[in-house]
Design a protein around this ligand. Structure first.
Ligand code: 4NP
Length: 147
């Protein structure tokens, strides 16, 4: 897999994808690659990440506090090479916006065979599970970029 611009996508863009954005950017440490995140819904557009995501990232020395939520748009199919979605609902919603095979091929589940479940309505431990799942997936992608 070649390096390319990465977009992380969840529903609200305040819990999971901001963490994925921060973790991937931190591990990659290469400003020539664009890393961003977006939500399929616009409920939280313009909002900072959830305080529980900010705290979880901070516990691992990653600062995501300056991120702002935005909604996924069709322009993202052009701007990004890899569009990683957190769960099957996001997958369905993003694929429904794709118009070409090339666009569809950019979209995949971050964990390939598993979902990163929505931690919004649960307790803080849910955010640790999300962090670990995302971290493992990001490491795996980077290992494929730099074999
Ligand atoms: P996210 O979590 O998709 O990981 O950002 C959610 C955030 C907000 C809501 C749902 C999920 N919400 O229903 O407002």
């Amino acid at each position: 897999m070649k390096p390319g611009n990465v977009l992380m996508v969840c529903l609200g863009n305040i819990c999971r994808s901001p963490l994925a954005h921060g973790i991937f950017e931190h591990l990659l440490n290469d400003e020539s690659v664009r890393v961003d995140s977006a939500g399929t819904a616009n409920y939280h557009s313009g909002a900072s990440p959830d305080i529980r995501s900010i705290a979880t990232a901070k516990a691992h020395q990653i600062d995501i506090s300056q991120q702002k939520a935005r909604q996924f748009t069709r322009n993202d199919f052009e701007a990004f090479d890899y569009i990683y979605v957190m769960d099957k609902d996001n997958l369905r919603n993003v694929l429904a916006m794709a118009k070409t095979e090339g666009e569809r091929n950019k979209v995949r589940l971050l964990l390939e065979t598993e979902e990163v479940e929505d931690p919004y309505y649960g307790g803080p431990e849910g955010f640790d599970i999300v962090y670990k799942k995302i971290y493992t997936a990001c490491k795996k992608i980077l290992a494929q970029w730099n074999p």
